[in-house]
Design a protein around this ligand. Sequence first.
Ligand code: PLP
Length: 458
Amino acid sequence: MNAQFQAKRETSDYQAADAAHHIHAFLDQKALNAEGPRVIVGGERLHLWDNDGKRYLDGMSGLWCTNLGYGRKDLAAAATQQLEQLPYYNMFFHTTHPAVVELSELLFSLLPGHYSHAIYTNSGSEANEVLIRTVRRFWQIQGKPEKKIMIGRWNGYHGSTLGATALGGMKFMHEMGGMLPDIAHIDEPYFFANGGDLTPAEFGLRAARQLEEKILELGADKVAAFVAEPFQGAGGMIFPPESYWPEIQRICRKYDVLLCADEVIGGFGRTGEWFAHEYFGFEPDTLSIAKGLTSGYIPMGGLILSKRMAEALVEQGGVFAHGLTYSGHPVAAAVAIANLKALRDEGVVAQVKNDTGPYLQQCLREVFGNHPLVGDIQGTGFVAALQLAEDKATRKRFANENDIAWRCRTIGFEEGLIIRSTLGRMIMAPALVATRAEIDELVGKTRIAVDRTAQELG
Ligand code: PLP
């Protein structure tokens, strides 16, 4: 165990206190309490240590967020310095502060030129809450207040607050009190599952045209925006065929429907481009950001607006009755600046594009291209998914694919590997700083987990 991370209390002691007081995310709390959560005490680059000294390779960058990996002293120093100088001030009383001003300058120097303004939040969910209100306000300013329906996608994920849940397409979340009026959904563009006899290009067009059908069904004068992740993440890591996004953009432009990209996991280098929509080659009107903005070291998110939208809000909108106590928080802004400078100046994003990203993708295809348990491999840069399948040729999925993938993930933990399982897919999204040696460790351990899962299936 790394000497720096010596346990202070017994693991069972932490677990008992946690069980007594803490409700965790997306878990059966009673089952978790019986099992006891892992107690993670430290991290360095791609590795984490638990309270008992076990070392894990984190193949998920925490929750798709620690883009620079763990243990960056420069980010800690940026936070400390800002905490000492100005730990807090707000954006309500006709004020601003250097940290948020400088963050905006830096952020917009990295973004394509047609974006001009940001509304800062504390998380991705909040970014999408702000999105709903900002989009509706935009159409009010345009004299079209009836344009307020937001269209999302089934199995899309935009967060777990009320608006973000409704916008997302997780039915089990909707059923737990998470739906709102004026929200609609279309299907996810998952070729492996739904492509049938079509080519990927044909399927991409067909999936995109569902948006046109939905707009016509609801009435273009009522539809405000289409919201989607450039590649779907939490809903099972789906990369749409190349034909998909250009067609979606054409449809949005035709019916004057705003195109809103949720870049919460795709942003800040994950695909090898700064933003995932750049990888797919389309031009959204808004970007929801969070996670990689600060490499997860401190909470921060935001909504990026195109010049068209910002101009309407600023020049014609008057007061926008909206604001958050911690919007543009100086300490978060200082960490974001240090993080973005490191991603840029250390050439991290460029390296994912030109070297380590292609290397990861090539290794996965070499190792799993003919694996009997793997039906498909998707991804680019530092995000990838292995679709577990009964028969690759016919794209037949296991009836109990969730259980199998969950088992594979559990074996991964036993082997000191953290990867995610969703809807029969094993997902990885390592820190962008991973070296070739760390990628070899990730792929090697994943191989062991998938092999052991296959052996158990017999
Ligand atoms: N949007 C996407 C695409 C996400 O994957 C997530 C979280 O995983 C969110 C939004 C919500 O972000 P947060 O958990 O910071 O609220």
